[in-house]
Design a binder for this molecule. Structure first.
Ligand code: NCC
Length: 338
């Protein structure tokens, strides 16, 4: 019982950190692309260096998990050097994530952060669709309804008045919306693909991450070469890096690792639901602690989020009972596995 409580607490902790980091990341990234003064850095290099940092951190976590240099070496030889097929398998989500992460920079260079956050919530139904198609799970009509309800709820919860600060670069909203559309598709597909690979064997999460980040480095380096190659050669890889840019890279790295832990212990749809709940809870905490005022859109959004979570969790009553049984015992297994 104590173990179960600890595992629930651990999951809540990971979900909360992931959500807070994601919120801070969006705002900080937007700031570095539009408001912050000074020379503009190359977004492609920031995406690339994030992959390198995530690789280093994952190696550190693997060292901790294996407990000895010998065992760590064996794990790396078995799963990296002698497993080209596995590396190839993980190169699929890494390329898709490379595209997605670059699209986030493009979108936030052309759209207000609040508009971005709200539109990006379309990834919730997109992820649900990928889960059904790729993991052969079924969702009842009520669960589909709750997915869209959640999407609307998070949109309202995050609703903010249009940015008051003047941006210093020219923006093209059409480019921004197209970048979001691509990012939504990439997020749904890559997230569910990674989950499928991770849960189809007992290979460690950190090994899977290392496999993915290795090809991620190659893919994002290619991005640097194609998009900014000449300018990077001329001005340098770290041109325009301010402490704020380093902070963005730090948040992207930590956020990515927490995302992987969250997907391991829950699933991608749960990630969407829990992130929404964490946004609501963190705002309620701000009200209690700092006297923040609740707005009408927030209050109605919070109610929608709570109702959608309740509806999603209701037992299914249709013919898909059997597959649901499989899915719910799988979720239970995820809960126990922490
Ligand atoms: O869009 P989203 O996630 O699905 O993107 C997943 C991010 O996690 C990284 N990742 C994923 C799996 C894995 N094993 N390792 C990883 O490093 C991917 O590279 C990708 O960056 C969300 O659900 O809203 C979330 O949003 C992102 C981010 O806010 C958006 O993509 C906006 O650009 C969050 N990432 C960060 O905060 C850095 C993520 O935590 C949650």
């Amino acid at each position: 019982m104590a173990g179960e409580n600890r595992s629930v607490a651990f999951k809540l902790y990971c979900l909360t950190v992931m959500t807070l980091v994601a919120a801070a990341y969006t705002v900080a990234l937007r700031y570095t692309r539009t408001i912050s003064s000074g020379d503009l850095y190359f977004a492609t290099t920031a995406v690339c260096i994030t992959e390198v940092i995530k690789l280093v951190l994952s190696l550190g976590m693997l060292a901790r998990e294996t407990g000895s240099p010998g065992r760590m070496k064996n794990a790396l030889v078995d799963h990296i050097l002698c497993s080209p097929a596995e590396l190839l398998k993980l190169s699929v989500p890494s390329v898709v994530y490379a595209v997605q992460n670059n699209m986030a920079f493009l979108a936030l260079s052309n759209l207000d952060a609040a508009v971005y956050q709200v539109t990006y919530q379309l990834k919730i139904p997109c992820t649900a669709l990928c889960t059904v198609l790729m993991l052969n799970r079924s969702l009842s009509r009520l669960q589909w309804f709750s997915v869209f309800l959640l999407c609307g709820g998070v949109t309202l919860v995050q609703w903010e008045p249009v940015e008051a600060t003047k941006v210093q670069v020219e923006q093209n909203p059409l480019v921004g919306f197209m970048a979001i559309a691509i990012a939504v598709l990439c997020s749904g597909f890559a997230g569910v693909y990674f989950e499928k690979v991770l849960k189809s064997s007992d290979t460690s999460l950190w090994v899977r991450n290392i496999q993915m980040y290795l090809s991620g480095i190659v893919a994002t380096l290619l991005g640097v070469y194609v998009k900014d190659g000449e300018k990077v050669l001329d001005k340098g890889f770290f041109f325009g890096y301010t402490p704020w840019v380093c902070f963005v890279v730090f948040l992207a790295s930590v956020g990515g690792l927490y995302t992987s832990v969250v997907v391991k212990y829950t699933d991608n749809i749960m990630k969407g639901f829990s992130a929404a709940a964490a946004i609501v809870l963190s705002t309620v905490a701000s009200v209690l602690l700092f006297g923040l005022q609740i707005t009408l859109p927030f209050a109605s959004g919070a109610i929608l989020v709570c109702v959608s979570i309740y509806l999603y969790g209701l037992p299914k009553q249709d013919t898909s009972k059997l597959s649901q049984k499989g899915a719910s015992s799988e979720s239970k297994q995820n809960l126990i596995n922490v």
